[in-house]
Design a protein around this ligand. Sequence first.
Ligand SMILES: [Zn+2]
Length: 298
Amino acid sequence: MKKILSLLLCLTVLTLFSGCANDKETTSNNTENTNELKIVTSFYPIYIETINITKGIDGVVVENMTKPQTGCLHDYQMTPADMKKLENANIFIANGAGMESFLEDIINNQKQLHVIDSSANIPLLIDEHGENPHVWVSISNCITQVETITEELSKIDPNHADQYHKNAEDYIARLKDLQNEMHAAIDPLPNKKIVTFHEAFPYFAEEFNLDIVGVIEREPGTAPTPTELTDIISQVKNLPTKALFAEPQYSSTAAEAIANETGAKIYTLDPVVTGKDDPDAYIKAMQENAKTLQEALK
Ligand SMILES: [Zn+2]
């Protein structure tokens, strides 16, 4: 009996001891978790891509540098708050292709920061104003950006590489479904000529065989000149289906003036540069765009 008791005591002590050892391990894991990997994205579409890739991964935090309603970063000046976010970050993910004019400064001034150029593997469209940075508006390019971000994140943070790849695979499968769904909606439309609001849609148009015959304001906030306005009005008058595509982010004063002159109807196409903190926001906005085109170009 005495032997059994001492054996039991022994076992209890062993269990307590190993319990202690386990506690220590857990504590050291927790310490690792406070050393989070901090990722900062430049603006909304890159933020949405990144939160899909990092979904449900402990110890990886994603923050968007600019406010969700900022829109495109053409001529954007970084604020002290933006710089503060970058000071505490490990990784900065940019759209690239000239969208972030401040990118060179970041690379030169913050040597400790890993910078990912998500459009590095995308052939860029070039017009008389230079390279067009609105690559994510095409679903194929959005998929390429997700792949590039995933590969680069996996190199910088190999411990989570499997999870990044698994998440990316899931998201890309959904993006491919979206692409098929949109081709089914847009391909049969009889009229493919569109007039858009700023230079956000060439990659989207290329993907869905749309023909952009006019752009109302080349850059947001730059009103068309009287000559440009006259040109656009005559282009719209020649359209088989008189539809203008404004964007939710920008005022549609110019679009309204053209609509009054031509009797064209104004619709909204969303380049997904603003929106909610929702991983599905890109997919939902693109589904709306497909519905709008179906309605406008039938
Ligand atoms: Zn833009």
